[in-house]
Design a protein around this ligand. Structure first.
Ligand code: SF4
Ligand code: SF4
Length: 291
Protein backbone atom coordinates (compact mmCIF):
# COMPACT_ATOMS: atom_id res chain seq x y z
CA UNK A 1 0.00 0.00 0.00
CA UNK A 2 1.48 3.33 -1.08
CA UNK A 3 0.28 6.52 0.55
CA UNK A 4 1.50 9.87 -0.74
CA UNK A 5 1.61 12.80 1.67
CA UNK A 6 1.47 16.11 -0.20
CA UNK A 7 0.60 19.77 0.23
CA UNK A 8 0.00 22.75 -2.02
CA UNK A 9 2.68 24.75 -0.21
CA UNK A 10 5.75 24.25 1.95
CA UNK A 11 5.66 24.67 5.71
CA UNK A 12 2.29 23.04 6.34
CA UNK A 13 3.74 20.10 8.30
CA UNK A 14 3.75 17.59 5.45
CA UNK A 15 7.03 15.99 6.51
CA UNK A 16 5.93 15.97 10.15
CA UNK A 17 2.81 14.11 9.03
CA UNK A 18 4.71 11.60 6.86
CA UNK A 19 7.43 10.87 9.41
CA UNK A 20 5.08 10.45 12.36
CA UNK A 21 2.61 8.34 10.41
CA UNK A 22 5.41 6.03 9.24
CA UNK A 23 6.93 5.86 12.73
CA UNK A 24 3.53 5.14 14.31
CA UNK A 25 2.87 2.30 11.83
CA UNK A 26 6.33 0.76 12.29
CA UNK A 27 6.00 0.95 16.08
CA UNK A 28 2.79 -1.12 15.89
CA UNK A 29 4.65 -3.91 14.07
CA UNK A 30 3.62 -3.02 10.51
CA UNK A 31 6.43 -3.35 7.98
CA UNK A 32 6.80 0.24 6.78
CA UNK A 33 9.06 2.26 4.51
CA UNK A 34 9.24 6.05 4.48
CA UNK A 35 10.28 7.51 1.12
CA UNK A 36 11.48 11.11 1.18
CA UNK A 37 10.62 12.28 -2.36
CA UNK A 38 11.37 15.93 -1.54
CA UNK A 39 14.79 15.69 -3.19
CA UNK A 40 15.26 19.48 -3.31
CA UNK A 41 15.06 19.67 0.45
CA UNK A 42 15.19 16.20 2.03
CA UNK A 43 14.64 16.45 5.78
CA UNK A 44 12.76 13.35 6.98
CA UNK A 45 16.07 11.89 8.23
CA UNK A 46 16.43 14.79 10.70
CA UNK A 47 13.65 13.26 12.83
CA UNK A 48 14.98 9.71 12.81
CA UNK A 49 18.20 8.02 13.93
CA UNK A 50 19.06 6.41 10.57
CA UNK A 51 21.82 3.96 9.84
CA UNK A 52 22.56 4.49 6.12
CA UNK A 53 23.37 1.35 4.15
CA UNK A 54 23.43 2.74 0.61
CA UNK A 55 24.72 6.07 -0.65
CA UNK A 56 25.21 6.33 -4.39
CA UNK A 57 25.18 8.77 -7.27
CA UNK A 58 22.36 8.82 -9.80
CA UNK A 59 22.81 9.82 -13.46
CA UNK A 60 20.54 10.24 -16.46
CA UNK A 61 21.65 9.47 -20.03
CA UNK A 62 22.38 12.49 -22.25
CA UNK A 63 23.55 12.47 -25.88
CA UNK A 64 27.23 12.42 -26.78
CA UNK A 65 27.84 13.08 -30.44
CA UNK A 66 30.63 11.67 -32.55
CA UNK A 67 31.07 14.73 -34.80
CA UNK A 68 33.28 12.94 -37.30
CA UNK A 69 30.46 10.52 -38.19
CA UNK A 70 27.67 13.14 -38.27
CA UNK A 71 25.97 13.60 -41.67
CA UNK A 72 26.02 17.38 -41.30
CA UNK A 73 23.54 20.23 -41.18
CA UNK A 74 21.50 18.82 -44.08
CA UNK A 75 20.45 15.99 -41.74
CA UNK A 76 19.66 17.88 -38.48
CA UNK A 77 17.19 15.14 -37.56
CA UNK A 78 18.21 15.13 -33.90
CA UNK A 79 17.79 18.92 -33.69
CA UNK A 80 14.33 18.83 -35.26
CA UNK A 81 13.14 16.04 -32.95
CA UNK A 82 14.35 17.46 -29.65
CA UNK A 83 11.38 19.38 -28.26
CA UNK A 84 13.48 20.70 -25.39
CA UNK A 85 15.97 22.58 -27.62
CA UNK A 86 18.86 20.71 -26.05
CA UNK A 87 20.58 20.38 -29.45
CA UNK A 88 21.45 23.13 -31.94
CA UNK A 89 23.65 23.45 -35.02
CA UNK A 90 26.56 25.76 -34.30
CA UNK A 91 30.11 26.20 -35.63
CA UNK A 92 29.71 23.34 -38.13
CA UNK A 93 28.57 20.73 -35.60
CA UNK A 94 25.71 19.68 -33.38
CA UNK A 95 26.14 21.35 -30.02
CA UNK A 96 24.51 19.73 -26.97
CA UNK A 97 23.15 21.44 -23.86
CA UNK A 98 23.02 18.56 -21.35
CA UNK A 99 21.23 20.64 -18.69
CA UNK A 100 18.24 21.05 -21.03
CA UNK A 101 18.10 17.37 -21.97
CA UNK A 102 15.14 15.37 -20.56
CA UNK A 103 16.90 12.07 -21.24
CA UNK A 104 14.13 10.80 -23.50
CA UNK A 105 16.62 9.05 -25.81
CA UNK A 106 14.81 10.07 -28.99
CA UNK A 107 17.81 11.68 -30.71
CA UNK A 108 19.96 8.60 -30.03
CA UNK A 109 17.35 6.28 -31.53
CA UNK A 110 16.58 8.46 -34.53
CA UNK A 111 20.10 9.39 -35.70
CA UNK A 112 20.48 7.79 -39.17
CA UNK A 113 24.29 7.67 -38.83
CA UNK A 114 24.11 6.07 -35.33
CA UNK A 115 26.68 8.62 -34.22
CA UNK A 116 24.97 9.57 -30.92
CA UNK A 117 25.76 7.44 -27.89
CA UNK A 118 25.04 7.84 -24.18
CA UNK A 119 26.89 10.24 -21.96
CA UNK A 120 25.81 10.87 -18.36
CA UNK A 121 24.57 13.79 -16.30
CA UNK A 122 24.73 13.56 -12.52
CA UNK A 123 21.32 14.35 -11.00
CA UNK A 124 22.14 13.78 -7.34
CA UNK A 125 22.43 11.14 -4.63
CA UNK A 126 20.21 8.33 -3.46
CA UNK A 127 20.41 6.99 0.09
CA UNK A 128 18.70 4.10 1.83
CA UNK A 129 18.91 2.88 5.41
CA UNK A 130 17.08 1.86 8.57
CA UNK A 131 16.10 3.49 11.82
CA UNK A 132 18.21 1.65 14.37
CA UNK A 133 16.69 2.80 17.68
CA UNK A 134 13.65 4.45 19.27
CA UNK A 135 9.93 3.87 18.64
CA UNK A 136 10.39 3.65 14.85
CA UNK A 137 13.16 1.03 15.04
CA UNK A 138 13.25 -1.04 11.84
CA UNK A 139 11.57 1.64 9.68
CA UNK A 140 13.20 1.84 6.27
CA UNK A 141 14.05 5.29 4.90
CA UNK A 142 14.89 6.11 1.28
CA UNK A 143 15.93 9.60 0.38
CA UNK A 144 17.43 11.61 -2.48
CA UNK A 145 19.44 14.81 -2.71
CA UNK A 146 19.31 16.80 -5.93
CA UNK A 147 22.68 18.08 -7.19
CA UNK A 148 23.06 21.84 -6.77
CA UNK A 149 22.34 23.32 -10.21
CA UNK A 150 20.31 20.34 -11.42
CA UNK A 151 16.90 21.59 -12.62
CA UNK A 152 15.05 18.30 -13.12
CA UNK A 153 13.93 16.55 -9.97
CA UNK A 154 11.53 13.90 -11.45
CA UNK A 155 14.18 11.35 -12.60
CA UNK A 156 15.78 11.36 -9.14
CA UNK A 157 12.38 11.11 -7.41
CA UNK A 158 11.57 8.08 -9.57
CA UNK A 159 14.89 6.50 -8.61
CA UNK A 160 14.33 7.12 -4.89
CA UNK A 161 10.89 5.51 -5.07
CA UNK A 162 12.35 2.56 -6.97
CA UNK A 163 15.00 2.10 -4.28
CA UNK A 164 12.43 1.57 -1.52
CA UNK A 165 12.04 -2.12 -0.71
CA UNK A 166 8.74 -3.85 -0.97
CA UNK A 167 7.39 -3.19 2.53
CA UNK A 168 3.67 -3.71 3.33
CA UNK A 169 3.23 0.05 3.63
CA UNK A 170 5.13 2.83 1.93
CA UNK A 171 4.62 6.45 3.00
CA UNK A 172 5.82 8.91 0.35
CA UNK A 173 6.73 12.39 1.54
CA UNK A 174 6.15 14.35 -1.71
CA UNK A 175 7.68 17.70 -2.64
CA UNK A 176 5.48 20.74 -1.87
CA UNK A 177 3.55 22.63 -4.57
CA UNK A 178 1.75 21.40 -7.67
CA UNK A 179 4.45 21.22 -10.37
CA UNK A 180 6.30 18.33 -12.09
CA UNK A 181 8.19 17.04 -9.00
CA UNK A 182 4.88 16.67 -7.14
CA UNK A 183 3.35 14.73 -10.02
CA UNK A 184 6.43 12.47 -10.02
CA UNK A 185 5.94 11.98 -6.28
CA UNK A 186 2.22 11.19 -6.56
CA UNK A 187 2.54 8.80 -9.49
CA UNK A 188 1.50 5.26 -8.50
CA UNK A 189 0.01 6.20 -5.11
CA UNK A 190 -3.01 4.27 -3.81
CA UNK A 191 -4.25 7.33 -1.91
CA UNK A 192 -3.14 10.87 -1.14
CA UNK A 193 -3.17 12.65 2.16
CA UNK A 194 -3.13 16.43 1.64
CA UNK A 195 -1.79 18.42 4.57
CA UNK A 196 -2.82 22.03 5.07
CA UNK A 197 -2.92 24.68 7.77
CA UNK A 198 -5.92 26.81 8.76
CA UNK A 199 -4.70 30.06 7.20
CA UNK A 200 -5.67 31.97 4.00
CA UNK A 201 -2.41 30.83 2.32
CA UNK A 202 -3.03 27.26 3.43
CA UNK A 203 -6.54 27.34 1.94
CA UNK A 204 -5.39 28.92 -1.33
CA UNK A 205 -2.69 26.33 -1.94
CA UNK A 206 -4.86 23.45 -0.71
CA UNK A 207 -7.34 24.37 -3.45
CA UNK A 208 -4.56 24.04 -6.06
CA UNK A 209 -3.48 20.68 -4.64
CA UNK A 210 -7.10 19.45 -4.67
CA UNK A 211 -7.42 20.39 -8.35
CA UNK A 212 -4.23 18.45 -9.08
CA UNK A 213 -5.19 15.20 -7.32
CA UNK A 214 -8.67 15.37 -8.86
CA UNK A 215 -7.09 15.72 -12.30
CA UNK A 216 -4.90 12.67 -11.53
CA UNK A 217 -8.02 10.80 -10.31
CA UNK A 218 -6.39 9.77 -7.04
CA UNK A 219 -8.47 9.14 -3.88
CA UNK A 220 -7.55 11.73 -1.27
CA UNK A 221 -8.45 13.33 2.02
CA UNK A 222 -7.19 16.30 4.01
CA UNK A 223 -5.42 16.69 7.35
CA UNK A 224 -5.44 20.11 9.01
CA UNK A 225 -2.19 20.70 10.87
CA UNK A 226 -1.77 23.41 13.53
CA UNK A 227 -5.52 23.18 14.13
CA UNK A 228 -6.77 26.00 16.34
CA UNK A 229 -4.22 28.47 14.98
CA UNK A 230 -6.25 30.34 12.34
CA UNK A 231 -9.89 30.28 11.28
CA UNK A 232 -12.36 27.61 10.09
CA UNK A 233 -12.41 28.52 6.38
CA UNK A 234 -10.55 25.30 5.48
CA UNK A 235 -13.26 23.19 7.14
CA UNK A 236 -15.97 25.21 5.36
CA UNK A 237 -14.18 24.66 2.04
CA UNK A 238 -13.89 20.88 2.64
CA UNK A 239 -17.59 20.65 3.47
CA UNK A 240 -18.58 22.64 0.38
CA UNK A 241 -16.36 20.48 -1.87
CA UNK A 242 -17.42 17.18 -0.25
CA UNK A 243 -13.81 16.35 0.72
CA UNK A 244 -13.01 13.98 3.62
CA UNK A 245 -11.42 15.63 6.64
CA UNK A 246 -9.12 12.84 7.83
CA UNK A 247 -8.08 14.52 11.04
CA UNK A 248 -6.66 17.46 12.93
CA UNK A 249 -3.18 17.84 14.40
CA UNK A 250 -3.55 20.39 17.21
CA UNK A 251 -1.38 23.49 17.35
CA UNK A 252 0.64 23.71 20.53
CA UNK A 253 3.98 24.88 21.89
CA UNK A 254 4.89 21.34 22.94
CA UNK A 255 4.50 20.18 19.32
CA UNK A 256 6.45 23.18 17.98
CA UNK A 257 9.28 22.51 20.44
CA UNK A 258 9.33 18.79 19.58
CA UNK A 259 9.53 19.51 15.82
CA UNK A 260 12.22 22.16 16.30
CA UNK A 261 14.35 19.72 18.25
CA UNK A 262 13.84 16.85 15.78
CA UNK A 263 11.59 14.75 18.02
CA UNK A 264 8.60 12.66 16.97
CA UNK A 265 5.14 14.01 17.84
CA UNK A 266 3.88 10.48 18.54
CA UNK A 267 5.99 10.57 21.71
CA UNK A 268 3.88 13.45 23.07
CA UNK A 269 0.64 12.95 25.04
CA UNK A 270 -2.43 12.97 22.79
CA UNK A 271 -0.65 13.16 19.43
CA UNK A 272 -0.24 9.43 18.84
CA UNK A 273 -4.03 9.02 19.02
CA UNK A 274 -4.44 11.73 16.38
CA UNK A 275 -2.14 9.85 13.95
CA UNK A 276 -3.89 6.54 14.65
CA UNK A 277 -7.27 8.14 13.90
CA UNK A 278 -5.95 9.62 10.66
CA UNK A 279 -4.60 6.23 9.58
CA UNK A 280 -7.95 4.55 10.26
CA UNK A 281 -9.54 7.05 7.84
CA UNK A 282 -6.83 6.67 5.17
CA UNK A 283 -7.46 2.92 4.80
CA UNK A 284 -10.98 3.27 3.27
CA UNK A 285 -9.49 5.65 0.65
CA UNK A 286 -7.14 2.92 -0.59
CA UNK A 287 -10.13 0.61 -1.05
CA UNK A 288 -11.74 3.27 -3.29
CA UNK A 289 -8.70 2.93 -5.53
CA UNK A 290 -8.88 -0.84 -5.78
CA UNK A 291 -12.69 -1.13 -6.07
S1 SF4 B 1 17.65 12.67 -25.25
FE1 SF4 B 1 15.68 13.64 -25.78
S2 SF4 B 1 15.69 15.55 -24.61
FE2 SF4 B 1 17.79 14.82 -24.63
S3 SF4 B 1 18.74 15.85 -26.35
FE3 SF4 B 1 17.97 13.87 -27.11
S4 SF4 B 1 15.92 14.30 -27.90
FE4 SF4 B 1 16.54 16.06 -26.62
S1 SF4 C 1 20.78 12.99 -36.34
FE1 SF4 C 1 22.88 12.22 -36.23
S2 SF4 C 1 23.67 12.51 -38.26
FE2 SF4 C 1 21.87 13.78 -38.12
S3 SF4 C 1 22.62 15.79 -37.46
FE3 SF4 C 1 22.08 14.66 -35.64
S4 SF4 C 1 24.00 13.71 -35.01
FE4 SF4 C 1 24.25 14.32 -37.12
Amino acid sequence: MRIAVASGKGGTGKTTMAVNLAAMLQSTGQSTALVDCDVEEPNAHLYLPVQWEQDRDHHVPVPRINASACLGEECSKCIELCRFKALIWMADEVMTFPELCHACGLCMTACPAKCIDEGQRLTGKVRCGFVDQGPAKGLELSSGELRVGEAMAPPLIKEVKGTARDRDIQIWDCPPGTSCPVIAGLHGADAVLLVTEPTPFGLHDLNLAVQLVRRLELPFGVVVNKAGLGDNRVEQYLEKEGIDLLGLIPHGMDAARACASGRLLIELDGYRDAFERIWSRVLPLTKERTS
